[in-house]
Design a protein around this ligand. Structure first.
Ligand SMILES: [Zn+2]
Ligand SMILES: [Zn+2]
Length: 328
């Protein structure tokens, strides 16, 4: 009899835990729709173009994880809406960091989520993640990482699917009607679990194939595939560090390093919601000497940014579906 293989162990990491939960194309689209105030099943279908079975699966996963909650709105027949919980709403900082990165590298004036207005100053929102203590923007070179109370290792979660996220449909829409390619750029990086983990590992200074493989416990064909794609996408660059035999390392480009505020926001979220009684697995210390507490500020007025102080711009409002009006 063949014994089942013991699961590989990976270091505890709030970023990895967060990515295991949301690093999936369909999950990202469902969360995006939820932040656009979609709450009903047909509304999610209309906005994301997902197959019904996929939507049932992802809503169920997000509900089980505590990110969405089901509320009845009709009894006969029973119908439910899905709303973001406090844990789900707390992903807003991460969502803004994702959009901010998209806007810096591929601004699309037609994209509704690139049209957010910061109400207190009236300017289009350019969200910036800053250190709460010194208010300097969070940059990867200013951060020192040390083990936290929850440091250790845990079994690597089984891969749900190793197929690349962008191989599937998703922007075709219902009945062949094209949807706006929502989060297109972000989904290339964050919508595939291995790609997302690979980017996160790059911030830990892992640059070589063997080290990445050892940290992520990923099959070498998948690792080769994702590294190639991240090089093609301009997130990583390949450099020869040994000639006989040829050996290459993979370093983050400027665009790749600019992804760090999202990783920092996801780590903070994972610390708050996924680290349990053990506490955060890692402590981030900022160059000012304070423990990093990342907060979002408006790039124009430096004011605080949250769901209540932001709204969709005019172009975005016109594109919103009727279902996206608040249902509370
Ligand atoms: Zn600081
Ligand atoms: Zn502002």
């Amino acid at each position: 009899m063949v014994q089942p293989k013991a699961p590989a162990l990976v270091p505890n990491s709030s970023a990895a835990r967060a990515l295991n939960l949301i690093g999936d194309r369909w999950t990202l689209l469902v969360l995006y729709a939820a932040f656009m105030r979609v709450s009903r099943f047909e509304g999610f279908i209309a906005m994301t173009g997902m197959a019904r079975s996929l939507l049932v699966d992802r809503l169920g996963r997000l509900e089980a994880a505590g990110v969405l909650e089901r509320r009845p709105y009709q009894t006969r027949p029973a119908r439910h809406e899905y709303h973001l919980t406090a844990m789900g709403k707390d992903l807003y900082d991460s969502a803004l960091m994702l959009l901010g990165w998209e806007m810096r590298w591929r601004m699309d004036p037609a994209c509704p989520s690139h049209q957010i207005i910061h109400d207190p100053c009236g300017h289009p929102l350019r969200p910036v993640l800053v250190c709460q203590a010194c208010t300097a923007p969070v940059k990867v070179r200013d951060i020192v990482l040390s083990p936290g109370p929850g440091a250790g290792s845990e079994p690597a979660p089984r891969a749900r699917h190793s197929r690349r996220a962008s191989d599937g449909p998703g922007t075709e829409g219902v009945g062949g009607v094209p949807l706006h390619p929502m989060l297109e750029r972000s989904i290339e990086v964050l919508g595939d679990r291995w790609t997302a983990h690979l980017v996160a590992a790059s911030f830990y200074g892992q640059t070589r194939f063997k080290d990445l493989q050892a940290q992520l416990k990923v099959a070498s064909n998948i690792l080769t595939d994702r590294l190639t794609r991240l090089v093609e996408r301009g997130m990583l660059e390949r450099r020869l560090y040994q000639t006989r035999p040829e050996r290459w390392e993979y370093r983050l480009t400027r665009e790749g390093r600019d992804f760090f505020p999202l990783i920092a926001a996801l780590m903070a979220w994972g610390d708050r919601w996924l680290s349990g009684e053990a506490g955060p697995p890692e402590i981030l210390t900022h160059s000012c000497g304070a423990r990093l507490v990342p907060v979002v500020r408006c790039g124009a007025c430096e004011g605080a940014v949250d769901v209540k102080t932001t709204r969709m711009g005019r172009a975005a409002r016109q594109e919103q579906k009727p279902d996206s009006t608040p249902t509370l």
